[in-house]
Write a protein that binds this ligand. Structure first.
Ligand SMILES: [Cu+2]
Length: 321
């Protein structure tokens, strides 16, 4: 009898551990509700008119918009406020939020063609265990123009500990622990798309002339788009989020790195590579260890033409350590 009871306890414990590893038990008690509201505002950048999301407290739009982070098991209520926004004339008036890569119901998907409101709405998502990684949210009204206008931002799903705090890891695997993390939002700009409206034939021929990481230009190592002050031997995670509209190849300029998560899903076998092709809409969560002696590293995105993969431009980041 005692043996049977103790076996039952062991089995129950095993089930609880299994459920906790799946994020079901721990997050059932520690789940948070995250309410975030964004607005759409105009902003001039590089001599071009953009529409960017912001947190509604400021005057100008941000490109990319405010970063939204949500823990596994948390419920995100992401609200688009329809107050005072710049917009395109009918039939492409209004805006939406589409959580790119999130598995949500159609009602939360922000796609006008499937019934999404274009006058403001709240979009709800509860990411489950196994969905840690990088996503994006962007407007899905007349996407060919509105995405180009700057209506995109990082959406990050973080693993949590048993107390409900974010872990500084890419996913639930402690091998993905990082000391530093940065979002590399990748995007491109064709100024002609910013003045064209409706069903203009301009939208049939994409010719970008401005190439960005995190909304900044940085086509030389002496003026990088994004910088990080780190330290030797530390682990750096970069979240590569492809909101660009051309081809591209990312590298660290030589050193290898490990991809743990692709498109919000953990790879069954992490990939260690020295470069990776990033197509529009895809995301990669990568990790690498900085050398043990101080130096400088220049992560870079080579933007390439869709037709023949010829190089448009290389945009640099910079990590000092
Ligand atoms: Cu829009």
């Amino acid at each position: 009898m005692n043996r049977i009871k103790s076996m039952s306890v062991i089995k129950l414990g095993t089930v609880v551990v299994l459920l906790m590893s799946l994020g079901i038990v721990a997050n059932a008690t520690q789940a948070a509700t995250i309410n975030k509201t964004v607005c759409v505002r105009g902003v001039m950048l590089f001599g071009v008119q953009f529409w960017g999301f912001n947190d509604c407290a400021m005057g100008a739009g941000l490109v990319p918009g405010p970063v939204v982070e949500v823990g596994v098991g948390d419920t995100l209520n992401l609200t688009l406020s329809g107050m005072m926004w710049p917009q395109e004339p009918a039939p492409y008036s209004g805006h939406t939020i589409h959580m790119h890569g999130a598995d949500v119901k159609t009602s939360e998907d922000g796609v006008p063609e499937t019934g999404g409101s274009i006058t403001g709405d709240t979009y709800t998502w509860t990411p489950a265990a196994g969905m840690e990684g990088s996503y994006a949210y962007h407007c899905h009204q007349h996407t060919v123009k509105h995405l180009e206008m700057g209506m995109y931002a990082s959406l990050i799903v973080r693993p949590k500990d048993a107390s409900g705090n974010f872990l500084n890891q890419i996913n639930s695997n402690s091998a993905t622990a990082f000391d530093y993390v940065q979002n590399y939002m990748l995007s491109t700009v064709d100024p002609k798309y910013h003045t064209a409206i409706g069903d203009s034939t301009v939208f049939a021929d994409y010719n970008p002339t401005i190439f960005l990481i995190d909304g900044k230009q940085g086509t030389s190592t002496s003026s990088p788009a994004i910088t990080l002050a780190a330290a030797p031997s530390k682990k750096v995670a970069l979240r590569l989020i492809g909101m660009h509209s051309v081809n591209g190849t990312f590298s660290l300029g030589g050193p290898s790195f490990t991809v743990y998560v692709r498109d919000g899903r953990t790879l069954s076998s992490p990939m260690t590579v020295s470069s990776i092709d990033i197509t529009p809409g895809t995301r990669y969560d990568i990790l690498f260890t900085l050398p043990s002696t101080s130096g400088t590293m220049y992560p870079r995105m080579v933007y390439k033409k869709l037709r023949d993969n010829a190089t448009y431009a290389t945009v640099y980041g910079k990590i000092t350590y």
